[in-house]
Ligand binder design. Structure first.
Ligand SMILES: [Cu+2]
Length: 219
């Protein structure tokens, strides 16, 4: 009974943490997000890597390209700030995908948005990233949001411990509403490749290990 209880506890935690972290590189090929269109499940994360030059990533609405989401709808979208990447430093910015609705984003630096530096998470069937880029071409201004919003820490940690785990859960709750509170984006950097699957497995094993250790102490 004790064992089954602990095992089910471990399984519950593991399934709750079965998210993916999707990586998007910024500036790798010029004025680009790579990839510029991706599909993510609710509860997944998207980590933007600032690879080269000065760029930003901000959320907009499809009908108001190159404009902060808040200006168009009142809803606060995410914004990384304008970040200058260097050869030795690849800052990151991570958002939580908090619904299955389309998330349209753009780079508010200079005229990057009008030049096609835009992207989308979960595009609807009738609106592609090419449609979004076309609409952005005609925007009269490229406006930057006034505040950095929406960053969370999950994509910026390269290793996990029980303390970082609780921090992650706490901060994702905060980010679910895209609250105005934001942590500095440039602190830690993780390696690009394989981040998603590694983290997911690490979480499960850490929790299973803790649960099993607790069971052994009860014997
Ligand atoms: Cu840019």
């Amino acid at each position: 009974m004790k064992l089954s209880g602990l095992v089910s506890l471990a399984i519950t935690f593991s399934s709750a943490l079965a998210y993916k972290v999707h990586n998007v590189t910024i500036g790798q090929d010029g004025l680009t997000f790579t990839p510029d269109s991706l599909t993510a499940a609710k509860g997944d994360y998207v980590t933007f890597y600032f690879d080269f030059a000065t760029h930003g990533v901000a959320q907009a609405g499809f009908n108001t390209p190159c404009t902060p989401l808040q200006d168009a709808t009142g809803e606060v979208g995410f914004f990384s700030g304008l970040i200058a990447a260097t050869v030795s430093d690849t800052p990151t910015f991570t958002i939580l995908v908090n619904s299955s609705d389309p998330i349209w984003f753009y780079c508010p630096e200079a005229y990057h948005c009008q030049s096609g530096m835009v992207g989308v998470i979960n595009p609807p069937k009738n609106q592609t990233v090419d449609d979004w880029a076309d609409a952005s071409t005609h925007a009269s201004v490229n406006k930057s949001p006034s505040e950095i919003t929406g960053n969370i820490t999950v994509g910026a940690t390269s290793s996990l411990s029980s303390s970082s785990l609780s921090t992650t859960i706490q901060s994702s709750k905060t980010a679910a509403t895209f609250a105005a509170s934001s942590t500095a984006t440039t602190a830690a950097t993780a390696t690009h490749s394989g981040a998603a699957s590694t983290k997911q497995i690490s979480h499960s094993f850490i929790i299973a290990g803790v649960a099993f250790g607790g069971y052994m102490m009860l014997l």
